[in-house]
Design a binder for this molecule. Sequence first.
Ligand SMILES: [Zn+2]
Length: 174
Amino acid sequence: MVVACADSRVDPGTIFAARPGELFVVRNVAAIVPPYEEDGRYHGTSAAVEFAVTSLNVDMILVMGHGLCGGVAACLAAADDRPIGRFIAPWVGLLDGCRDELIAREPNMSSAERQRALEHRGVQQSLDNLTTFPFVAREIDSGRLKLEGAWFSIADGQLHWLDRDRGVFDPVTT
Ligand SMILES: [Zn+2]
């Protein structure tokens, strides 16, 4: 399964040269997986995760962020009191905790550096959120499911893979 951004430049099928039937994909603004919630609201991404894990029995969930992400930019804009959109702002607000921590820790980053750092941190947040789903945690514990993170650079077409131990995204060489 791939969780990717809705941005037209980061189509997982194209990036991974996938054939029909190979990838189960859900795309949304900023490639975010929300935390597990039983609030009876409308959880399109959570529904896709549930189906992938409990019915399709996928063996990997990849969360793939990307460079120049408008959703991540919207989260940063909200920090400057410029929230964007009726639905976009609360959705990308799922990254507010990461954003605030980043700004507090690295107050002197340039805006481009901050954007990229939050794109990276957002992937890690979504991976953490995935583990809050009981059916995901169960499959990970049993060794049948693993979680991976990636970040695609639109500027040069380079895919980067997250080393979760080091918290670093390394370029993928083929
Ligand atoms: Zn995006």
